[in-house]
Write a protein that binds this ligand. Structure first.
Ligand SMILES: C[S@@+](CC[C@H](N)C(=O)[O-])C[C@H]1O[C@@H](n2cnc3c(N)ncnc32)[C@H](O)[C@@H]1O
Length: 251
């Protein structure tokens, strides 16, 4: 499978942000509370960890071990710096790998966690690719975009299409979970502050700052425009879509 490569300027924008996608610590903690009881030495895989906000939250929720995976080493360097500072190197490690070719044995993990990243490989494809890595009875938690209301406005649909991705309803997402042979334990919508506080507000502050130095480069300027447009779309149409966490079990 060939997954899209992002331009270096994209990483320059995102490396200094608190998060690289919508999410918040309150939601991570709430969704954790929806899981069946985890063993104290649970083996957890965090896929598409970025600079690791949810990795840190997970490390506070478990005494188990966490393997945080991303294909961009500078994000993992940020996670590693935190691991050293927090003194958790015995139970949190990073692995640079692609989510469509994860280098782990079948049945290795009690829990696979992925916030805002499964869209890269595709929701159903990601479930199918990652499920074999779970132990029997193990759980998977992913967050992804879906429609909150039927009949979304044309402008919004066109924008999602231009992003190369079209959300579906939560009901269709649940069908995909079923087709992947996973039991749906619970769903939970990311609250609105999970979009603003650590994602869109810092993102737009960063694009405003970078416009001063990169605004004259047409390629860079187009990327800044498209990220600001993402914030505009959410401001205008947040009633119609959002992120939903899917909590699933490999029964
Ligand atoms: C939208 S960000 C989400 C990051 C983080 N989970 C969060 O919520 O802040 C998606 C992450 O997936 C990573 N990524 C992109 N393509 C990948 C791939 N093929 N394999 C592994 N990680 C990938 C990106 O580097 C980025 O860190």
């Amino acid at each position: 499978m060939s997954l899209p490569q992002l331009p270096p300027f994209f990483y320059q924008i995102f490396e200094s942000l608190p998060r690289q996608g919508p999410g918040c610590s309150e939601a991570t903690r709430k969704v954790w509370s929806l899981l069946p009881l985890m063993s104290p030495d649970a083996k957890i895989l965090d896929v598409g960890c970025g600079s690791g906000t949810q990795t840190r939250d997970l490390a506070a929720l478990t005494t188990g071990t966490i393997t945080a995976v991303d294909n961009h080493q500078p994000f993992l360097d940020i996670v590693d710096a935190w691991v050293r500072k927090a003194g958790v190197a015995d139970r949190v490690k990073t692995v640079c790998a692609s989510m469509d070719a994860l280098p782990f044995d079948k049945g290795s993990f009690d829990l696979i966690w992925s916030e805002g990243a499964i869209f890269i490989v595709g929701f159903e494809q990601g479930l199918n690719l990652w499920k074999p890595l779970l132990k029997k009875g193990g759980c998977m938690v992913v967050s992804d975009a879906d429609w909150f209301e039927p009949n979304p406005p044309k402008e919004l649909v066109s924008w999602w299409e231009s992003e190369g991705y079209l959300p579906v309803s939560e009901a269709e997402m649940k069908e995909r979970v079923k087709r992947a042979g996973l039991r749906l334990v619970a769903t939970c919508r990311l609250p609105e502050n999970g979009w603003w506080d650590n994602y869109l507000v810092p993102l737009v502050a960063r694009t405003t700052e970078l416009r001063k130095t990169h605004g004259k480069n047409p390629g860079d300027s187009a990327l800044l425009d498209s990220l600001e447009h993402e914030a505009d779309m959410y401001r205008k149409y947040k009633r119609w879509y959002g992120y939903t966490f899917f909590v699933m079990q490999n029964v």
